[in-house]
Design a protein. Sequence first.
Length: 118
Amino acid sequence: MKANDLDEVLGIPARLAIVATLMPGRQLSFTTLGEQTGIAAGNLHVQTRKLVDAGYIVAERGRQGGRGVTRFEITERGRLRYQEHVRNLRDAIEGPFGVARAATDSGPVRPGDPSRVW
């Protein structure tokens, strides 16, 4: 695997969490997105802006109950890039030198201790 096989935009954990949370196709408010990802408001603002600028998500501003509300939704580009990023990570894990292969090539996992390969 080469470093440029991974998506630079989604290489930041906060951005990956935002896109993964939006993947089911839901439109979420800024507040709800922050609650579901555990990202603080200041960082959430910065990271959503980067994702909007990259075309991975869209921001829709509106009013609800007299208050301004920003809602976010994943774009088709964001969905495709997320799926590709996840696929590349799986390939890295399951590839010729990946963890999954190393565990099976090294012998059985001892019952009762799934974290160790014997």
